[in-house]
Design a protein around this ligand. Structure first.
Ligand code: G6Q
Length: 545
């Protein structure tokens, strides 16, 4: 597919936005709220079960109108359709981008190169559900006849972060008789710790790798296989204790995994968009097939909203446009994501990959340099812990840090008044960030004059508030789909390909060159720069055989 990106900076829509920015940049949120009692109501949108209040942002309804005009001009509407209908919008890899097909209703027709992919998705989901039920019920037994108590997912990047995040997020829905662990790092400490204390007779390994050639994953899978065979005393044990999730059947078979125990996915699913594919097998075993399907329904609800809602009421589009407003006009370099749920501890790390790997690009679709700043640095940790650490910088630092606050009406567990306290902090923080505290207010509290500047809060720090009824499989799916589509929105306006990852591919090949140099006998000729050569020599000298 030929996509000619719109050079958005040169368009009248962008220029109108830039002119408008000059009138907004110094306006305080205090004044925006004081001047419009209906502001919060006007700036709240809903999508499926999610509510977004974006009123605590440095913008007006006119800003939103101009931002949506930019989105229209960028061709976003057509690109959304192109993605949903299987066009090869990932132009540098000539691939369709069809994560939306992973959660499409059975019977929907979505074709890649004329082939309807939905029946394939449904077939694999059925196979996953059947396997998950057998493991959960104890029908699937290990080599020595014991039932499975521990599942270890071996994968990295997109084959790890999603299921690991979702397993934690949905722990209250999991079967606690089964524990799930995740191994990703090639650092031997990871597989060491993940297997420590486990009984090989009760352990199932899921090797998750789209390519089945990733150095870290294959290294960890081989070590896991040695551990298992040593523990059970027979190589045949591998068949009962290893399954694979991959697109590469021949490598899977070569590893010794029965192809009947391979769960397939396809090249039109990007790694970071894949945890609702078979990559989520560990999650499905943990929570069961029905909750997993509820999660898919949540994804689907937001997919439908994204595809059909007008941009000014479109939750993922608005999140994307607001982020772009700070990124490209206010010069913000980062985006904080602050979930007020202990179970979402890994959500920021998951979004970090989704966003930074997708939109960390410096050339447009046609290969020319981008004219605008692209993806921000995404980071965060759950509230309230962050409040006792880095929120100081958010309140009084010199940088502008736009933040998404994510909260839930109902807790997973009723423990005293904890949830009200948690949510009191949640509401108080966005209020304080927006409105701050003036020197007059500080003086009125009787604070000594020399301390007044230190205890003054400038405010005008922008936040989005995202609320959901509770953290459930369904709302998790809705949240993830929201951010997936936010990333696409921004990528289209910046004119970049959000679906390739040449920077990651580079990392995969670089280490392959150096690894043999570290263990080679004698004095291997090193052809790197003087720093790298010296570091390798130092390491070799200290290395124990
Ligand atoms: C995701 C990236 C990357 C990938 C890992 C693992 O979008 O491409 O994080 O998921 O490198 O790759 P495999 O699944 O092929 O092992």
């Amino acid at each position: 597919m030929e996509i000619t990106p719109v050079r958005i900076k040169g368009t009248p829509e962008w220029r109108a936005l830039a002119e408008h920015f000059a009138t907004i940049r110094d306006v305080h949120l205090r004044d925006l709220f004081a001047g419009d009692p209906g502001r919060a109501e006007a700036m709240t949108v809903e999508a499926a079960d999610l509510v977004l209040d974006y009123s605590k942002n440095r913008l007006t309804t006119e800003t939103v109108r101009l931002l949506t005009a930019v989105a229209q001009r960028s061709g976003l509407r057509d690109r959304i359709e192109a993605m949903f209908t299987g066009e090869h919008v990932n132009v540098t890899e000539d691939r369709a981008v069809l994560h939306i097909a992973l959660r499409a209703e059975a019977g929907t027709h979505i074709a890649d190169r004329g082939h309807d992919v939905v029946p394939d998705v449904q077939r694999v989901l059925t196979k996953m559900a059947d396997f998950a039920r057998r493991v959960r019920s104890g029908e699937w037994r290990g080599f020595s006849g014991k039932r499975i108590r521990s599942v270890v997912n071996i994968g990295i990047g997109g084959s790890d972060l999603g299921p690991a995040m979702a397993y934690d997020a949905l722990l209250p829905f999991s079967d606690r008789a089964l524990s799930v662990r995740f191994v990703s790092n090639v650092d031997g400490a990871d597989i060491w710790e993940a297997t420590s204390g486990l009984d090989p007779a009760e352990t199932l390994f899921i090797v998750s790798s789209k390519t089945f050639t990733t150095l870290e994953t294959i290294g960890n899978a081989k070590s896991a296989r040695e551990w298992l065979v040593a523990g059970l005393g027979h190589p045949k044990a591998v068949e009962r204790h290893f399954v694979a999730v991959s697109t590469n059947a021949s490598e899977v078979q070569g590893f010794g995994i029965d192809p009947a125990n391979m769960f397939e996915f396809w090249d039109w699913v990007g790694g970071r968009y894949s945890y609702d594919s078979a990559i989520g097998l560990s999650l499905m075993i943990s929570i069961g097939p029905e909750p997993f399907f509820d999660m898919l329904a949540g994804f689907r609800a937001v997919d439908e909203h994204f595809r059909s809602a007008p941009f000014e009421h479109n939750l993922p589009v608005l999140l994307g446009l607001i982020g772009l407003w700070y990124n490209d006009f206010f010069g913000a370099e980062t985006q904080a994501v602050l979930p007020y749920s202990h179970y979402l501890a890994k959500f920021p790390a998951y979004l970090q990959q989704l966003d930074m790997e997708s939109n960390g690009k410096c050339v447009t679709l046609d290969g020319s340099p981008v004219e605008l700043s692209t993806g921000p640095v995404v980071w965060g940790t759950p509230g309230t812990n962050g409040q006792h650490a880095y929120y100081q910088l958010l309140h009084q630092g010199t940088r502008l840090v736009p933040a998404d606050f994510i909260g839930f009406m109902h807790p997973a567990h009723r423990v005293g008044d904890h949830h009200d306290l948690l949510m009191a902090n949640f509401f108080a923080q966005t209020e304080a960030l927006a409105f701050g505290k003036t020197a007059e207010q500080v003086r009125a509290e009787g604070v000594a004059e020399r301390l007044v500047p230190h205890r003054t809060f400038p405010g005008n720090r922008p936040t989005n508030t995202i609320l959901a009824p509770e953290l459930s499989p369904r709302t998790l799916g809705e949240l993830v789909a929201t951010y997936e589509h936010k990333v696409l929105t921004q990528g289209v306006i910046w004119g970049i390909n959000s679906f390739d990852q040449w920077g990651v591919e580079l990392g995969k090949s670089l280490a392959l060159r150096i690894a043999p140099e570290l263990s080679a006998d004698g004095e291997p000729a090193l052809g790197h720069d003087s720093s790298t050569n010296a570091l390798i020599r130092r390491y070799r000298a200290a290395r124990r055989p």
